[in-house]
Design a protein around this ligand. Structure first.
Ligand code: ADP
Ligand code: MG
Length: 287
């Protein structure tokens, strides 16, 4: 090599301060928390007289905790929940027909390990979607891959996949999730093909993965959605073989809330009017 030429270092060993190199390597090793924390933790350890193995242990533990959190976040994102709901914000007293102990037990997610199903039945606004979302969130936090969809959206997706000759791929993806949540079976009647495709998905999951279905219709009316009595029978047979039923009949929480708001507004109005009349001295009953 002639004098004056600059030697090119192999990739990964380019010149730079150790911090720059360390930053580069930690990024490559996908250890973002170690990268972010190593300096701060080093100063803390120096201050507290903590030895090297414990310093390294602290850093690695921080990375593990952060990694777990990132995995849960990714799972939640992949589940495509339309909203984040948890049981902490669910008022069980508003729906006495619902077995609270059963819901709390389901939130432990052992039913997913046993590949059992959950069906939430009840009229509109009683918290079926809320409970399904809360169970889905709990499952993500426990480490299970989850997918959330509505019956109509799922059927739409399946039909589209079939037309584009990628039905098998989609079916495999749906089989891979440990908990599939199919919300709102019953609002939209399905075409015969749609019903067949939905049946196929649920029957492929039978004893292989858990499914939560919510519906505003009692079982005896499911034929009106699925079209055929034979198909409904076969679907219910599989879905209800290992199942927990959540009975959620009651007043609509939405209506109750808006009625409550209206009442509160009316009370506030009345109070305002009373105040106004008191101020003008124009009291009712006085001439
Ligand atoms: P459904 O799916 O049965 O029609 P949702 O779960 O969509 O009802 O509930 C409607 C709204 O009311 C949601 O915003 C939900 O979070 C809320 N809600 C319903 N029931 C309860 C409850 N018992 N406690 C707290 N919020 C509730
Ligand atoms: Mg709903």
């Amino acid at each position: 090599m002639s004098k004056g030429t600059v030697d090119v270092m192999p990739a990964g060993t380019t010149s730079g301060t150790p911090q720059v190199l360390l930053g580069h390597h930690l990024k490559q090793l996908k250890l973002p928390t170690v990268l972010r924390e190593y300096d701060k933790v080093a100063r803390e350890c120096a201050r507290d007289g903590v030895d090297h193995p414990r310093y390294l242990l602290r850093l690695v533990e921080l990375e593990l905790i952060d990694r777990e959190r990132r995995v849960v976040e990714r799972r939640i994102k992949q589940a495509r929940f339309p909203a984040t709901k948890s049981l902490d914000t669910f008022d069980f007293t508003a729906i006495p027909s619902l077995n609270k102990m059963l819901v709390l037990e389901l939130a432990r997610c052992e039913f997913i390990l046993r590949r059992e199903n959950v069906i939430a039945l009840g009229n509109s606004g009683t918290g079926k979607t809320h409970v399904a979302l809360a169970l889905g969130l709990a499952a993500c936090q426990k480490g299970f891959p989850v997918a959330f969809t509505t019956a109509a959206a799922l059927v739409h997706q399946l039909m589209e996949a079939r037309d584009e000759k990628r039905l098998l791929k989609l079916q495999r993806e749906l089989q891979a999730v440990k908990l599939l949540i199919v919300d709102e079976l019953g609002y939209v009647p399905l075409s015969p093909t749609g019903a067949e495709l939905l049946f196929e998905v649920l029957s492929q999951r039978y004893e292989r993965g858990s499914t939560i279905v919510t519906s505003n219709l009692p079982f005896e009316d499911w034929t009106s959605v699925l079209g055929s009595e034979r198909l409904t029978g076969a679907l219910l047979d599989r879905l209800t073989h290992h199942v927990h039923i959540l009975t959620m009949n009651g007043d609509s929480y939405r209506l109750k809330q808006s009625a409550g708001r209206r009442r509160a507004a009316a009370t506030a109005d009345a109070a305002e009017q009373n105040q106004a009349t008191a101020e003008t001295g124009d009291q009712p009953g006085t001439v």
